[in-house]
Design a binder for this molecule. Structure first.
Ligand code: FES
Length: 153
């Protein structure tokens, strides 16, 4: 599927069919021990769908959001139940391995990342193709990290 399912949507539009949006339930187990169900549009990835959480999945970037090249490996989650989710691609696994090994990214050196396991996925790669996914979020984006100085000093 193309990014955001654009190819599929364009084909539907050109075919003159109705613009039916299909959504699937995904359970996010949050770091505070609570769970939240997100009804995400088919084809969205876990990171995009996490915008419906109190804060989205952390990608380790100062302003949040995905890295431009899909190479940072910082948007990790653990997939508890992969039903309805895309399978891991070779590129996704390579990105995880490069992060764990501490290989340079965006022209900068970096520390080795934490070890990965069989459940480790990158939320910006993992697409929602059907219902039934359950994921454990390791870290949410911290909105206070981008808040300005409340005193304006
Ligand atoms: S945000 Fe960089 S790999 Fe997902």
């Amino acid at each position: 599927m193309s990014r955001f399912g654009i190819r599929k949507r364009l084909k539907k539009m050109l075919d003159g069919g109705p613009q039916e949006i299909v959504r699937h339930a995904v359970v996010y187990n949050l770091p505070d021990g609570t769970s939240q169900v997100v009804r995400a549009e088919e084809g969205y990835n876990l990171l995009m769908a996490s915008q419906d959480l109190p804060s989205p999945i952390s990608t380790g970037r100062r302003a949040g959001g995905p890295c431009p090249d899909g190479g940072c490996g910082l948007c990790r989650v653990e997939v508890v139940d992969g039903t309805g989710l895309s399978t891991k691609t070779h590129r996704e696994q390579s990105t995880i391995d490069a992060h764990v090994a501490g290989e340079p990214h965006e022209g900068r050196d970096r520390e080795p990342g934490p070890p990965a396991n069989d459940l480790t996925r990158l939320s910006c790669y993992c697409r929602i193709n059907g219902p039934g996914g359950v994921v454990r979020v390791l870290e949410l984006f911290d909105y206070s990290s981008i808040a300005g100085d409340p005193d304006g000093t």
